[in-house]
Design a protein around this ligand. Sequence first.
Ligand code: MN
Length: 203
Amino acid sequence: MKFELPKLNFSYTALEPYIDAQTMEIHHTKHHQAYINNLNKALEDAPELGDKTLDYLLTNLETLPNNVRNAIRNNGGGHYNHTFFWEILTPETGTAPGNSLMTKINEDLTNMATFKEAFSQAALTRFGSGWAWLVVQEGKLSVESTPNQDNPISEGKFPILGLDVWEHAYYLKYQNKRNEYIENWWNVVNWAKVTENFESAKA
Ligand code: MN
């Protein structure tokens, strides 16, 4: 089984002006596709993993053969993270967390404004390339960040929201102003999907 590039639920122009069309197209067709190509190539060197799901691979990294572990960590992570990222974006601006998630944000992270500030800080201060995440772990919400294409599921956490802060995600429009990218990105978060992720993390 080969991994394939998922289709987006919206056009490349749909997230304008917050995320520009050129960035979206290159990010999807070049960067995401490259992770998939390299993941498939790595799996050719480990045919015994051919029937494993991406979830399995990323939650069992330490059991993978040495010759492919890093390639799967980086490129499997890249495929997983980007597939996840496209789904938590929407052109429909002004959506909000559902009641269940909003209640939990207030409970674990003080309130929506405090949570957004903490998440933005995690995204802004991630040195180099990586991601900021809102995760569920042992029934509690927390904000964290990971380097490169690492995903919290490899550490037994369940991500429900994520932000790509690799320069390829924003440089064409925002250049060095990562803070402006982060601020604008909040407008296109698909809170319905994030709430759905939260509901399935609880189950
Ligand atoms: Mn990316």
